[in-house]
Design a protein around this ligand. Structure first.
Ligand SMILES: Cc1cc2nc3c(=O)[nH]c(=O)nc-3n(C[C@H](O)[C@H](O)[C@H](O)COP(=O)(O)O)c2cc1C
Ligand code: SF4
Ligand code: SF4
Length: 260
């Protein structure tokens, strides 16, 4: 079973690619915590790196997983460049539950947070050309249940960026907001939010075409799924609109794959 957390599809696409080669199934981490996975003899975790660390949502979900201490557990981090402490810290969390991580790796993919800094993640598609060899290595290693930890060492920069104060800063920096004048109430953001953190409610002053409005709740983990998926570019970080051309989704992943 391969468990994933994904905002814009990189982690889902890689989880699927590994699963199809290893004959495994994929399951969102948010669903996995509701299941008893102790009979699974191989467990993969595929999640992004956020600010050199594990995404807060993943960090909160991992302790709730019910998996066997005898399972072959592997972690793959599809990230822009730096995994930081994202493997190290989950390895530590699992160890506290008596579970050892046998294998880990990172793989470079377009950085979906580039949009917040006015850059286009789609300009990073060159990363996919170098991607295939690394993915084949990972698949072969997982198939043979190889024991080898890559990018699992402690990162002082990751530690610094992972302090509570820095994490709050990160969540503030990347916190999206709905531009009410642009929102048409289509509900796409609500369906793609892995945290179920976006609700639709009736507009106080409905127009002839639009009666609903999206609202972002308090459980945001800064995955940017909503910002990248909004057809009106109505979701903004720092009140800065992002152009349609900068919106990103992994090329193999459709909106419905990310939708609940
Ligand atoms: C808030 C935020 C912070 C990020 N920080 C990092 C980082 O520190 N290092 C890195 O290599 N990539 C970073 N990224 C990029 C993601 O790890 C990368 O795009 C990942 O593949 C996204 O996965 P997804 O498409 O499954 O959501 C960050 C992305 C976001 C949204
Ligand atoms: S996806 Fe955009 S337009 Fe649709 S409800 Fe969300 S914010 Fe509004
Ligand atoms: S509100 Fe947007 S950025 Fe926050 S968790 Fe949901 S989809 Fe991700």
């Amino acid at each position: 079973m391969i468990l994933y957390f994904s905002g814009t599809g990189n982690c889902l696409a890689i989880a699927r690619q590994i699963a199809s080669a290893t004959n495994d199934q994929v399951l969102p981490l948010t669903e996995a915590v509701r299941q008893n996975l102790t009979s699974e003899r191989r467990i993969g975790l595929v999640y992004p790196s956020y600010d050199f660390n594990t995404p807060p949502a993943v960090r909160n979900l991992v302790p709730r997983l019910k998996i066997s201490a005898d399972a072959y557990v592997f972690i793959i981090i599809p990230c822009g460049a730096q995994a930081g402490n994202s493997i190290w810290s989950v390895r530590r969390q699992l160890r506290e539950k008596g579970i050892e991580v046998s294998y880990s790796h990172k793989i470079r993919v377009p950085d979906n947070s580039a949009i917040v800094f006015g850059r286009n993640p789609n300009d990073q598609s060159w990363k996919f050309t170098r991607f295939a060899d690394r993915l084949q290595t990972i698949i072969a290693d997982v198939q043979s249940e190889r024991k080898a930890l890559h990018f699992a060492w402690f990162s002082p920069l990751g530690w610094l960026m992972g302090t509570e104060r820095m994490e709050q800063w990160m969540l503030r920096t990347f916190r999206p907001a709905v531009n009410e004048t642009k929102c048409i109430g289509c509900g796409i953001c609500s369906r793609v939010c892995p945290m179920r953190n976006i609700t639709l409610s009736d507009r106080e002053e409905p127009t002839a075409d639009h009666s609903q409005l999206a609202a972002i709740g308090p459980h945001c983990t800064a995955c940017l799924a909503c910002l990248h998926a909004c057809p009106q570019q109505a979701i903004e970080v720092g009140a800065k609109p992002s152009p349609k051309a900068h919106q990103y989704r992994h090329p193999d992943i459709k909106l419905k794959d990310l939708s609940r």
